[in-house]
Design a protein around this ligand. Structure first.
Ligand SMILES: [Fe+2]
Length: 302
């Protein structure tokens, strides 16, 4: 496949829509794009009209993960390829695609039961993104919205599936122990293609995680916006799970905290971008160069 593929959108099923709206806008710095009749809403972070879809429900977890390709021809070729693997892929009706604000939409389930949405022609916003919370901007647009670390029943099988189905490429692996618990995560990037760069990882997989989604990552253009987001996270009493630190593989300086749904978000700056022509994968025995400490106790709620 020579077309571009990016992580384009995510769906979260959440039990507390009001908490999510406050969190997404006042802590993350996203803006509400649209509202649905059932209280659902979508969020904007860049030139895309919508990036995150927040829908009501008891799951408090990832409901779908979306990838965008260049055009209809690329989408048809990719759907045919996934079908050739014996995967059941369904084209969405026109009204379903319109509801997602894309030209065309095809869906299939990955090995872990997560709904994957392949789209083309995702609507772009008419005006520039502006957030009162940010002094810079989110690093997204052509790089995709960020990354997700998902739960795999079998990590290697999931890695192989996304490599075969969507052309994802091994970035690297981290195996270590944190606080007596084994950590083993494999990181993958979308194939960059000649002369192009991809985010170091858009997908990563670990096993034995409590939810489908361990965390999603949003990247900002200046380090100060990470510090400011850290302040907002503390001020809004969201529990910090890892203090500010730097990862050895994608070089990201970031922190982690809990969303209102109990899975985590990572907020970072300075993530590496990779070119397949020169990229060599490796295995790290540590997950952080410095920082990413677990606070000794949760901050009490008021
Ligand atoms: Fe991450």
């Amino acid at each position: 496949m020579t077309d571009n593929l990016t992580l384009s959108h995510l769906g979260f099923e959440v039990s507390d829509l009001a908490a999510w709206e406050t969190f997404a806008t006042q802590v993350l710095g996203l803006t509400v794009a649209r509202r649905g009749a059932d209280g659902a809403f979508s969020l904007r972070m860049d030139g895309h009209a919508q990036r995150l879809w927040i829908t009501p429900g008891p799951r408090d977890d990832l409901s779908f993960v979306g990838f965008e390709v260049d055009d209809g021809a690329a989408l048809e070729a990719r759907v045919a390829h996934v079908q050739s693997m014996g995967v059941d892929v369904a084209w969405a009706e026109a009204d379903e695609a319109a509801a997602r604000d894309v030209a065309r939409l095809a869906r299939f389930k990955d090995l872990n039961g997560v709904q994957v949405e392949l789209v083309c022609g995702a609507a772009r916003a008419t005006g520039p993104f502006a957030s009162e919370a940010l002094i810079s901007r989110f690093v997204a647009d052509d790089l995709g919205l960020g990354h997700v670390v998902m739960r795999a029943r079998d990590r290697q099988q999931s890695v192989d599936f996304y490599a075969q189905a969507l052309g994802f490429v091994l970035s690297d692996r981290i195996t270590c122990e944190i606080g007596g618990y084994p950590v083993d995560i494999t990181f993958m990037h979308a194939a960059s293609g000649p002369g192009r760069l991809s985010r170091h990882h858009s997908l990563a997989f670990g096993e034995k995680l409590p939810k489908r989604l361990h965390h999603f990552m949003l990247e900002v253009a200046v380090l100060d916006d990470v510090g400011r987001a850290y302040d907002r996270t503390v001020d809004h009493r969201h529990r910090i799970t890892q203090t500010i630190g730097r990862h050895p593989n994608d070089r990201m300086v970031s922190f982690y905290a809990l969303t209102p749904s109990g899975f985590e978000f990572e907020y970072g700056w300075g993530g590496l971008q990779v070119n397949d022509e020169v990229w060599e994968s490796t295995t790290y025995d540590h997950i952080s160069e410095w920082g990413h400490r677990r606070p000794p106790y949760p901050r009490p709620r008021d």
